[in-house]
Structure formats: C-alpha cells, structure tokens
Design a protein around this ligand. Structure first.
Ligand SMILES: C[S@@+](CC[C@H](N)C(=O)[O-])C[C@H]1O[C@@H](n2cnc3c(N)ncnc32)[C@H](O)[C@@H]1O
Length: 340
C-alpha cells in the first residue's frame, strides 16, 4: 500500500510529542534543583542561578533553553531567565502544590515513576510501585515518615474544600457516632466533630496517620470526643458506630480489595448502621481513559477510577443498597448505604 508522506510526517511528529521524556523529566529536574524558586527569589543570571542551584552553568543553560522552548522559562536577554505562568506553578511547595509533587525526590515523582513498571501492571493486574521502588506504596510511606507527612498534607489540601462540605451536606444531627475508616491524619473527622459538638468519632488507619490525627484532634479542640485506632480495614473494624465513613480510600484499591473494605464496614455497621462512601467522582458520562489518573492509580496502588454505577455494584456485592446520596461541588459525592 502506498504511504501518504504528509500523513506519515504528521504521525511521526505526533509520536515524537507523545513519547518525549525530556520535557517531563527536564521540568522535574529544574524543580529538583530549585531553579524556579531561585528565579522567584530574584536570581535571574545564569551564573548566579548555577551557583545557587549547585549546577554546572553550561549544562544548566542547555536545560533552561530547552524549557524556554517549552514555555516554562523566558530568556528575554541572553543569560537572564524568568518564569512564565507555568514556571511560577513550579514554586508551589505547599501540600497540594505542583512543585512539591514534581520534585524528583518526592512521593509525587515516585508515584509517577511507577509507570515504568506498567508492563508488569498490565500483565498481572497488580501495581508496579514495588517492582520499581522495592516495596509497595503503603509500606514505602510507613518507612519514609517525611513522605507520609507529605501524603497527609496532600490529602489535607483536598480535604480543605471537601471536609466542610461533608460536614454540612449530610444530616449529622441524626447521628451519634461516626467511624472514619482509613481516615488518614484526621482532617475530615476533626471537621465533623468541630462542626457537630454532639458527635463522637473514631478514626482507623495505619500507625503514623493515627499519631498525626491525635495532634489534629487536640488542635481542633475535639480530642475528648475522638479516638484513634491503629487498624487494618481488611480486618474486623470496631463495631457499633452509627455511620462508617470511607472517604477517598476505595479508589486506592482494585475491585476485590475495595469490596473487602466495604464488607468490613457493613459488618461493623450491623443492621442499623450506615456506610457513607465519600468520593470525588469523575464527571458523567464517566470516561476513565480520558485521564492518565486511572493508570497512575493502577501502577501506584492497584486502584482505579470508578463512576457511580461501579460503586453501587460493589456495594450490592456485600449486601448494601443505596439509601441516600448527596452532591457537593466539583464532583464531591456522598453515597449512603444500608443493609438490604
Ligand atoms: C487516599 S487516603 C484518604 C485519607 C482520608 N480518608 C481522606 O479522605 O483524606 C487513604 C488512607 O487509607 C489508609 N490505609 C491504607 N491501607 C490501609 C489499611 N490496610 N488499613 C487502614 N487504613 C489504610 C492510608 O494510610 C490513607 O490514610
């Protein structure tokens, strides 16, 4: 078959764009070297930047000029660099900030680099984080307290907008006790207890976040109504709470494991209790392959993106049926389940 040259050239150019690793890794490298932070602090000249970032001036210039071409930096006069809007984002080292996530030494970069093990994940259906980094994601966090602290900050940055909504959307006035399963460093539970002074709460998670949560409960003045329990949500949970919240934790697991967590919640809730799934659901119609997030969840923790129907099906598998749902902003969804 004759090959149409113009199509072939376009396809080649497109493929070059798709497979380029120099741009994503070049950006992560300048973040790692803290070049954007230095520029933001007023260091603009190449030699000064090289000195401040402990870099070789000639090679730093090559990288910066490549990223000028990609729209990260501007070189208005030779050897003098400033930030574009994209470059400015790289200075944000806060919990939810792009700089904090992209730094090659950070958990964010380790998460993305788990994609190097994608063939393993596709062959086995299992995450590849351990293949690439030597131990699974959650054990890695247990072993690296600074990464665990970063992870909890990242979760907190998301809870800053979701927790107040969860506290207001659900009829907590009708609830006496709540258990937050995989509750992390306690931001959501602290918010619930602070907003609803009649409420008592228990948080179940791994040791490090439970310890951090104790500090958060004290900070928010709710420590007398909050209990932290080091536990495993694949095993029996403390029974008897009115509501078992699972907030943004199911998405970390494949269907089998996510269903197992729901089963543990249903068992602990008993016939009278409720299970409240809190997720930021993808928009409808749910098209998982439109974002790379689904694959990143696969390689890092074996998780996946799920739409509403997926949640209903998993819950039905453990004898739970939807009894109410609440919708907040930006996809925040609360699904209340009870035993059928
Ligand atoms: C994505 S975070 C969500 C944290 C919090 N619920 C939130 O909405 O911000 C998932 C949480 O599950 C916890 N986790 C992971 N494996 C667990 C296990 N086997 N038992 C209990 N918690 C676990 C993690 O430590 C983490 O805090």
């Amino acid at each position: 078959m004759a090959v149409d040259d113009s199509v072939s050239i376009d396809a080649n150019a497109r493929l070059d764009e798709l497979v380029d690793l120099a741009t994503p890794l070049g950006i992560r490298a300048v973040v790692n070297l803290r070049v954007p932070d230095q520029i933001a602090a007023g260091v603009h000249q190449l030699d000064d930047l090289a000195k401040a970032c402990d870099a070789d001036p000639a090679t730093l210039a090559r990288l910066l000029r490549y990223l000028v071409h990609k729209g990260v930096f501007v070189e208005a006069t030779p050897g003098e660099f400033s930030l574009t809007g994209v470059g400015e984002l790289l200075c944000d080292r806060s919990g939810g900030g792009r700089g904090a996530y992209l730094d090659l030494d950070s958990l964010g970069a380790r998460t993305d680099l788990a994609l190097l093990g994608l063939p393993h994940a596709i062959r086995t259906g299992e995450p590849s984080y351990a293949v690439v980094h030597g131990r699974d994601y959650w054990s890695d966090l247990d072993a690296r307290p600074e990464e665990r602290a970063y992870f909890d900050e990242l979760m907190r940055s998301q809870q800053l907008f979701t927790a107040p909504e969860v506290a207001n959307l659900y009829p907590w006035s009708e609830v006496g006790s709540v258990t937050d399963v995989g509750g992390g460093s306690g931001h959501l539970l602290a918010e619930l207890l602070a907003t609803h002074p009649h409420l008592r709460g228990t948080l179940v998670d791994r040791p490090e976040p439970v310890a951090t949560a104790a500090g958060r409960f004290a900070e928010r003045g709710v420590a007398d109504r909050a209990t932290g329990v080091v536990g495993n949500f694949f095993e029996a949970l403390p029974a008897g709470a009115d509501v078992y919240v699972v907030s943004r934790a199911l998405t970390d697991w494949n269907d089998k494991n996510a269903t197992a967590i729901l089963r543990r919640c249903a068992e602990a809730a008993g016939p009278q209790g409720r299970v409240l799934v809190v997720e930021v659901l993808p928009t409808e119609p749910f098209v998982p392959h439109l974002s790379s997030y689904d694959l990143t969840m696969l390689v890092s923790v074996g998780g996946r993106e799920r739409g509403l129907d997926d949640h209903l099906a998993m819950a039905a598998g453990v004898g739970l049926e939807l009894s109410a749902s609440y919708t907040g902003s930006r996809g925040l969804t609360l699904l209340e389940f009870r035993r059928r």
